[in-house]
Design a protein around this ligand. Structure first.
Ligand code: PMP
Length: 282
């Protein structure tokens, strides 16, 4: 049986959710998904820092230090002999009688984590996929990685029903991000992506892509752009943990650029893969 992390202990996976866990009833919690490549978690510290920030924004005190989280998650990866896949980590405000307000001080946040084996998505990264557009109907704190994902679920379902890999979200004319990834466009060799504010999740992959672009001298603009600008872009790609960088070749039936993965996207993907290579071989 696979192992999970439960309140600081590595135990067998079992049906342990309390019916009154606030994550289960209110989506009152935060989470992270960390990519694992050949047994090595990628950018674990960045993910843990984002978890701490998300928790702080909903006034939830993490019950372990980041150092302790790191130790426990590494132990979990080993216990499950995980090679390729992800770690899912969540912290809820705990289990208590169901009242909307925060429970009393005696209620401890509940930390759980598990791993899932997943193949690398190199084929779709190399070949690209299609996307659909859908209105961004989420709340105004998309910077917090909370368990409330129903609008994202509905958007992704629309993508899948249309044979697309992602649903790109827009608030009115402005493109924000996608259901589970950040969106970038390339125009005349320059990169544009929505600024990291309350309208998007500041993706760890997004931040790495921006760092890569600065390193290889691709001009970057953390600036909003419209749906029309998206459709008129030379290249579009989305980024997320473990699916890394996926070129988008068509949006709502409109071909993007040449309809093939673009050169700038390819350059960034190559650099990203060399970071993974370094991770695995050092
Ligand atoms: N935006 C949203 C809404 C997400 O859910 C995710 C994570 N899947 C991302 C962006 C990408 O973030 P990261 O690169 O940290 O996985």
């Amino acid at each position: 049986m696979s192992k999970i992390l439960f309140d600081g202990q590595i135990i067998d996976r079992d049906n342990l959710v309390d019916i009154e866990d606030r994550g289960y009833q209110f989506g009152d919690g935060v989470y992270e998904v960390i990519g694992v490549y050949e047994g090595r978690p990628f950018m674990m510290d960045e993910h843990l820092h984002r978890l701490k920030r998300s928790a702080g924004e909903i006034q939830l005190n993490l019950p372990f230090s980041l150092e302790e989280f790191r130790r426990q998650l590494n132990q979990l990866v080993k216990a499950n002999h995980l090679d390729e896949g992800i770690i899912y980590l969540q912290v809820t405000r705990g289990a208590a009688s169901r009242w909307h307000e925060f429970p009393g001080r005696g209620v401890r946040p509940k930390v759980t984590a598990y791993t899932r084996a997943e193949e690398r998505m190199t084929q779709v990264e190399d070949q690209g996929g299609h996307a659909v557009l859908t209105e961004d109907i989420r709340w105004l704190r998309c910077d917090i990685k909370t368990l409330n994902l129903l609008p994202n679920v509905l958007a992704k379902q629309k993508a899948v029903e249309n044979g697309a890999v992602e649903a790109i979200l827009h608030r009115g004319d402005t493109v924000t991000e996608a259901s589970a990834s950040n969106v970038f466009i390339v125009k005349n060799g320059e990169l544009f992506t929505h600024p990291a504010n309350n309208y998007i999740l500041n993706g760890i992959t997004r931040q790495k892509v921006l760092e890569i672009c600065r390193k290889i001298n691709i001009p970057v603009h953390e600036q909003t752009y419209t749906v029309d600008e998206l459709l008129a872009a030379d290249e579009v790609f989305v980024t997320a943990t473990k699916s890394d960088i996926i070129p988008i070749l068509e949006v709502d039936g409109n071909q993007i650029g040449s309809g093939k993965p673009g050169a700038t996207t390819g350059q960034i993907l190559k650099q990203f893969r060399s970071l993974i290579h370094e991770l695995v071989h050092t």
